[in-house]
Design a binder for this molecule. Sequence first.
Ligand code: AMP
Length: 307
Amino acid sequence: MSLVVVGTVAFDAIETPFGKTDKIIGGAATYSGISASYFTKDVKLVSVVGEDFPMEMIERFKTLGMSTEGLQVKKGQKTFFWSGRYHVDMNTRDTMDTQLNVLLDFDPVIPSSYQDCDFLMLSNLMPQLQKKVIERMQKRPRLVVMDTMNFWMETQMDALLETIKLVDVLTVNDSEARQLTNEYSLVKAAQKILAMGPKYLIIKKGEHGALLFNKEQVFFAPALPLEDVFDPTGAGDTFAGGFIGYLAQTRDISFDNMKRGIIYASAMASFCVEKFGTERVLELKQSEIDERVQQFVNLVQFDIELV
Ligand code: AMP
C-alpha cells in the first residue's frame, strides 16, 4: 500500500563520544523513507534540497524503490543543515546549529501520482508545512503519523498544536512528551497528548524502549541491549519509518498490529545506531531484519505460573 513520506532531507554534522563527521547525508525523511522501503516498495518522498545535494543519493533513493517526483531541487540554494553533539550517555544531545536554508520558502507539492496514498508519514519538519501536506491530500489517508521535536516546541508551539490535532498517531521522545505537557509522569503526559487530538501516541525512550498508548491501553517494547552505539542520529526517524512501513505492508491499523509495528520499528532503530549516519540502514538484508526481530521476541519471552 502506498506511503507518502514528508520531512527534511539534509546535511548533518555529528559529534559523538566515538567520533565526529563533517557534512554527511541525513534528514528526517531520509531516515524514515529508507527504513520504510524495507517494508513497502511504494514509498513516495516529498521534500526539498538545494543544488549542493548529491544526485547519487537521489539515485540511491530510487534504487530502494522510492519515488522522488515530490523531491524538489532548488537551483542556487543550500540544503537544510543540522549539527548535533551527543552527551556521554548517548541518550541526550545538544543541537549546535540548525540552518533552515532551502526550507525557508519550501512549498510542498504533492504530485498527482501521490494523491491516492493510504499512509502518510509526517516526519520532522516545520509544523505548518506538515499541516499543509495533510490539507493538500485530496483524500484523507487511512493513517497519518507525525513526528516532531523540541526545536518546534520552542519556536512554533501554536502551529505545532494545530497540526497535532489533525493526526492519528504522534511520535515523540520522553523529554518532548514532558515539554509538550508540563507533566513529569509519562502516563499523565500521554493522557494530555491524547486529549489534543491523536488517537495513538508513541513515546520513544532511547535505550529504554518505547511506549504505545491509546485511551484505554498501553504497550511497552524494549530496546535491544547493544554492545556498541556509535551514533543515535536518525534513530527516531528510522523507528517511525519502520512502524508505518510495517503497517502499510500488512494493511492493518489495529492496536494489536501497531504492537508488532513497534517491534519492527525498534529493530530498525537498533540498526541505525550501529554506524554513523545512514550507513547501516542503507545496507540491510531482509534476513538481518528477521533475525533482529527474533532477538526482540526472545528478549521479552518468559513463562510464568501465577500462584
Ligand atoms: P532524530 O535523531 O531521529 O531526532 O533525527 C535526526 C535527523 O533530523 C537529522 O538527520 C537532522 O537532519 C534532522 N533534523 C534535525 N533538526 C531538525 C528540525 N528542526 N526539523 C526537521 N528535521 C531536523
